[in-house]
Design a protein around this ligand. Structure first.
Ligand code: GDP
Ligand code: ZN
Length: 351
């Protein structure tokens, strides 16, 4: 199990093994996926494995890069028989009408929310990302990239710190490398990081900086795996080497759009929620009611208008997503009911 520690094997996962049920199975971490075939890092080395049919539910692949899995050897081939419970998972609402959440990353410890000192920097977006990272179970770290372009690194950093209470904020430059080692220090032996953020903020550049030589090696490996597949269709977990941890980089993560609807909001907007709880009316809309603590804080300059706007917007979206989930739940229930009735009628010989 010592070699597995390098890949993040901790008691949380080990305790899930059942000596009877899992005997003879090989434990490993899925580090790469290509069309349902996984490369699994195990104590016996890197193994290529398919997924047992019974794990598939409704067509969705039940394994994602980052998962810890149990493999069975079958006539020289390997099959994933079990996926261990995830310690963290980053989900996004599916792009389609169906409101199934899609797991983008599994068992990530630290998620770097990358933004830049360039035009992109939006405090509202930082709030969203951070809220969603909290919900995943991972720890957020905010990265302000392109520090080389800013004349007010200190001032901007402080503004960002104010909207992400308790979250470390790092100003870095992927171009000249400054601050990048401090990011790497957030990981370490057996810990997994991932980068999220809008296109153009410098995620690829940061990855390159962080990985250096490691990336070159991965490229060579990938070229020789003869799948003939373009890199953008694969999912990867990169080893940073020598007790430096890993980085997970998947296309889904890159395109990750933020939405959030729950506990994460409290983390990010704690002070606003606290004000709202102090309002005289339970259902206060904070738009002129007497005894409104939110309004009072605004008037006295203790609360920023933009921040209140960010909170309202995320709450609206939360309500929207909740509504869609409720609807989906009702539809599924109606379907089950219809099925039951049909079965009942069949049993009774009625048609
Ligand atoms: P991604 O879309 O988030 O992966 O962003 P990229 O890594 O592709 O970077 C987008 C652009 O920003 C590229 O032209 C980079 O050269 C540039 N860039 C990335 N990091 C920095 C930086 O620290 N400073 C400056 N000035 N430019 C950067
Ligand atoms: Zn109020």
């Amino acid at each position: 199990m010592e070699t597995l520690a390098r890949w993040g094997w901790i008691p949380f996962f080990e305790s899930q093994l059942d000596p009877r049920q899992d005997q003879g199975l090989i434990v490993g971490r899925a580090v790469h996926e290509l069309r349902g075939v996984f490369d699994v890092q195990s104590a016996e080395g890197l193994l290529r494995a398919g997924v047992a049919g019974r794990l598939h539910q409704g067509g969705a692949v039940p394994v994602v890069a980052g998962d810890w899995v149990c493999l069975q050897r079958k006539e020289g081939r390997f099959v994933i028989q079990r996926v261990l419970e995830r310690r963290t998972q980053l989900v996004r609402q599916a792009a389609s009408r169906r409101t199934e959440a899609q797991v983008l990353a599994s068992n990530v410890d630290v998620i770097f929310v990358v933004t830049s000192f360039q035009q992109d920097l939006s405090l509202r977006r930082v709030e969203r990302y951070v809220a969603q990272v909290w919900e995943s179970g991972a720890s957020p770290v905010v990265v302000l990239n392109k520090a080389d372009l800013s004349r007010d690194v200190e001032g901007v950093t402080r503004k960002v710190e104010a909207v992400a209470p308790g979250v470390p904020v790092f100003a870095v430059s992927a171009m000249d490398g400054s601050g990048v080692e401090a990011l790497a220090a957030q990981l370490g032996q057996g810990r997994t990081g991932a980068l999220v953020g809008s296109s153009g903020v410098g995620k690829s550049s940061l990855l390159n900086r962080l990985m250096g030589r490691a990336l070159q090696e991965v490229r060579v490996l990938r070229d020789s795996d003869q799948t003939g597949q373009h890199t953008t269709t694969s999912r990867h977990l990169f080893d940073l080497g020598e007790g430096r941890g890993m980085l997970l980089d998947t296309p889904g993560l890159r395109e990750f759009q933020v939405w959030t609807d729950g506990p994460g909001l409290e983390h990010v907007f704690g002070e606003v929620q606290e004000l709202a709880e102090g309002c005289k009316f339970r259902n206060c809309t904070h738009s002129g009611e007497p005894g409104c603590q939110v309004q009072a804080a605004l008037d006295e300059g203790r609360l920023d208008e933009g921040r209140l706007g960010g909170w309202r917007q995320l709450q609206r979206e939360a309500a929207y997503h909740q509504g869609r989930r409720d609807e989906a739940g009702k539809r599924a229930e109606a379907k089950r009911f219809t099925k039951q009735v049909r079965q009942h009628l069949k049993v009774k010989g009625v048609r």
